[in-house]
Structures are given as C-alpha cells and as structure tokens.
Design a binder for this molecule. Structure first.
Ligand code: MRU
Length: 371
C-alpha cells in the first residue's frame, strides 16, 4: 500500500543493514506512523506480544524474521529450535504464526548451520512475497463476490438507483494486518478502485479498537467511504437492511470450517444469519488448521490483560495519546480476545484459490492435497 505516494509493506528488511527488520508500530496508529527497527529476536517477540504488530498473517511473517535475526547470531541446532519455540509461543490463537515457523524449521533443519542464515533470509522473503500474492488473489475473488451482490441489489431496485453497497467488517484485516493488501479489506480496496460504490460499516472492535484505530485509518487513506459504528450496532443495521454483506478476516479455521476471529465476530454472524445477510470470511490457506475439527472446543482463545477492557486508549485534549479508565476502580474484568463462529453460520470462505463453503468437504475439494 502507498503512504504519501511511497509503496510500503508492513514488514521489510532495511535496504542497507540486513540485520534490521522494520515494522510500523501499530500501537501508535492512527496518530503517528512510527517505524520500528528490530535487531534481536527478543525485540520481535516483544513486538508481537504487545501488538506493535498484529493480525494473523503479519505476526507469522514478522516472527519468521525474528528467527532470521536469531540465526545471524547463532545458527546452531539448539538456537534454531529454542528460538523457533519461543517465537511460536508469542500469541496462541492465530495459526499462521505456527505455520510460518514450522515452514522455516522444515526448510532449515536439514541444512548445515553455516548455510542456514542465507537460506533463512531467502525463505523469509518468499513467505512475505507469497502472502502478498495470496492476499491479492483473495481480493480478486472477493471483488467478484461484491460485484454479484451489487448486481443483485441493482436488479432488485429495478436499476432505479440502488445507492451503495454496504459492507460491514469487524476488527482489522487490512494491509497493516498482513504483509500487504489485507484479507477482508483486499476485496473492498479492489471494488473501490474498480468504481463500485462500496461503503464500509467499521465496527469499533472493543477492547483494543482495531476497527476504529486501524481499519478507519486504512480506509480513510485509501479514500474508501466508511462509517464507524459501535460494536453493538451491527444487528440493528442488518435488521434495517443497511448491510449487504459482512466480510471478516480470521485467525484460525478448522478443517470443518469453524472460524476463530476477533471477539464479537460470532455475534455479528448470528445477527447476519437471522437477517439473511451473507457472512463471508476471508483467509489465506495458511490460516487453516487441518489438525482441528471442532473450533469451539479446540481452538485456544487468547486471554489478554483486564486493563484492555478497563481502560480505553485515545487522544487526550493535549493531542497526545492517553488512556482513560471506564469502570469503577477495583472492577474485575475478563478479556477473551477471540471467539469462534461455527461453520453453520458462515456463508462462505474466500481463499486465494477461490470461494468455497465452510465445510470439510468444500475445503478438501479446494485443497485436495490436504484431504
Ligand atoms: O488481536 P489481533 O488484532 O491480532 O486480531 C486480529 C484479527 O482478529 C484479524 O481479524 C485477523 O487476524 C485477520 S488479519 C488479516
């Protein structure tokens, strides 16, 4: 994506110093665009844990560079295994993290230590390039879906002006959550660029407000019309027929099509089901956990700090980021960061290979090598 005319990815190696990995500090967005320089695997782990980088595909890509940095210091078997385990454990729900680290291990284990650093750099770059191509492909398939929904809406209105196509999204599954393009937002960017009158309802996404802070920022920079809504507004908008389509990203999909995504996604899916609004989930195949069947039972749900619920981050009157307590002192708070939407509530999955139903049969037909 371009920032002030310059194309950027969400993670990249310094052009002159290969031992420096750059990311944007997402805890500072949208108020400032701060580039971080990561030079040690522990800094990478810290960035993932504290959500300076976040979003399932991006944490996988950044973790891979953490492993590269570790190997530049010590390419031994012990270093490879221990740093891989340390990085894979930084966040529990998104499977892309484990997938990316496993891919590096499979590639690097057979090599002699002396050959590992160069090979690690190359594999990390390939993983990032593949993520970009994958997300663009998801975008193209999603664009077709949006076109169809828009055509149907126009036909229903007798071509007398169907207004706009309203897409609701939850959390942030845009370019800043991936290496580039995003998953749920890629079709929206392409639809907007193709001249379709797309408008996005942006869920604020409490407690960390990724929708308000990141999705609204991304869409605004790209010129996509959007409106921020409180998390609880989605059901009402759907009842009023003000939502034509829901598209969300996800952190892990089971082989039967159950979907883990940011907390609150399940409630949107229930409202969409009740109101017959198409509910689509965009994902690279690296988000599919082929080892799990029952997502509600088996996907580990990250429990984050109570302070994320008790305090809201915002911009103070002095123009500086600040945090405000929104509950009485001493209030206990729980903070499950993700929930699982059962496959039966999902209209379909948007993958890099195309669209399919959220079911074991459809996923295996789409990815026969995993059947
Ligand atoms: O806790 P986060 O901000 O990492 O959660 C992110 C999400 O839930 C996204 O929707 C998901 O990772 C898809 S990102 C393409």
């Amino acid at each position: 994506m371009k920032i002030d005319g310059t194309p950027y990815r969400s993670v990249w190696l310094d052009a002159e110093d290969r031992t420096c990995v750059h990311i944007f500090d997402q805890t500072k967005l949208p108020w400032s665009l701060v580039r971080l320089d990561l030079r040690h695997q522990d800094e990478v782990a810290h960035a993932i844990r504290t959500m300076q980088v976040r979003g399932a595909p991006l944490i996988g890509a950044v973790a891979v560079y953490g492993l590269v940095l570790a190997l530049t210091r010590d390419p031994s078997n012990e270093s490879l295994e221990s740093n891989a385990a340390m990085l894979a454990a930084t966040r529990p729900t998104a499977i892309n993290l484990v997938w990316a680290i496993d891919r590096m291990l499979r590639h690097l284990r057979p090599l002699p230590p002396a050959a590992r650093v160069e090979a690690a750099y190359m594999e990390a770059a390939t993983i990032c390039d593949e993520d970009v191509a994958t997300n663009e492909a998801i975008g193209q398939h999603g664009l077709e879906l949006i076109r169809e929904i828009w055509s149907a809406k126009q036909a229903r209105s007798g071509n007398s002006g169907a207004g706009r196509i309203n897409v609701l999204t939850h959390c942030n599954a845009g370019w800043i959550a991936t290496v580039d393009w995003g998953t749920a937002l890629a079709p929206i960017y392409l639809a907007h660029d193709a001249g379709l009158p797309v408008h996005v309802w942006v869920d604020e996404t409490r407690p960390r407000n990724q929708g308000a802070l990141l999705t609204a920022w991304e869409l605004g920079r790209h010129g996509v019309p959007h409106t921020l809504v409180a998390d609880n507004a989605g059901g009402h908008l759907m009842q009023r027929r003000d939502v034509d389509l829901v598209i969300v990203g996800c952190d892990r999909v089971t082989r039967s099509g159950d979907v883990a995504n940011k907390i609150g996604t399940y409630l949107k899916a229930l409202a969409a089901f009740d109101n017959e609004v198409p509910f689509w989930v965009a994902l690279p195949s690296t988000t599919i956990d082929w080892t799990l069947e029952d997502g509600v039972r088996d996907i580990p749900i990250e429990e984050r700090s109570a302070s994320e619920v008790l305090d809201v981050q915002g911009l103070g009157a002095d123009g500086r980021p600040t945090s405000v307590r929104v509950a009485p002192d001493g209030t206990p708070a729980a903070n499950p960061a993700f929930d699982v939407t059962p496959a039966r509530l999902v209209s379909g999955l948007l993958t890099e290979r195309g669209r399919c139903a959220a079911s074991r049969e459809a996923l295996e037909a789409m990815f026969p090598e995993r059947a």
